[in-house]
Design a protein around this ligand. Sequence first.
Ligand SMILES: *Cc1c(COP(=O)(O)O)cnc(C)c1O
Length: 230
Amino acid sequence: MSLIADNIKRIRENIAEAARRANRDPSDIRLMGVTKTVDDQRIAEAIDAGLDIVGENYVQEGKRKIEKMGKPLEWHMIGHLQTNKAKYAVRLFDMIHSVDRLKLAQELDKRAGAEGVRINILVEVNVSGEDSKSGVVRDDAVALVKEIASFDHIFLQGLMTMPPWFDDPEDARPYFAALRELRDRIVTENIPKVEMKELSMGMSQDYRVAVEEGATIVRIGTAIFGERIY
Ligand SMILES: *Cc1c(COP(=O)(O)O)cnc(C)c1O
């Protein structure tokens, strides 16, 4: 077995164990491979090993890879998205995790309408409130969700977050729990057309904790592909 296949297998086992610790069904959690800077050969190996969601941070890099590898799998956009790239993003990606402002949501809706596609999105939330982090701050999230609900071509499926970096992944737990609590609060608002089934949270360092706190998509780069070389 290749190193990448081996890594994927081990991560899936860890996800399943974390799910069981939290009395969750392991099949409710999907593994995304994050492929920024990763070369095509290694992505192909991961796909051969059964990886079925790939996450890209940049529209250009994603476009090149999607054109090369095709779409038997899902491609998700997880990086900061500039409004002027919205039209490419709706053509390329199956889901956009990084919707953090009304202007971007509006542009995605308009472009998806023009292309005749419906696009699934997540709202990215800055749970720590740190200036350096992207995402809508917690207090503004419900208002943004309500505005997004009025659009016809983008469909909200849940929330995404990236907590601050900690050496001890346990320290990230309150941020994951906060995203889940925000999700639960939005659910009680019963906003038409808003689904809250996805919680995109957890990376190489802290995905086990994220799964225990309710993640449905974990976004893993380094633990699958090794250290990134920029
Ligand atoms: C790079 C990246 C990841 C993956 O990080 P690793 O620590 O390598 O697993 C996940 N989510 C986002 C938004 C990223 O930019």
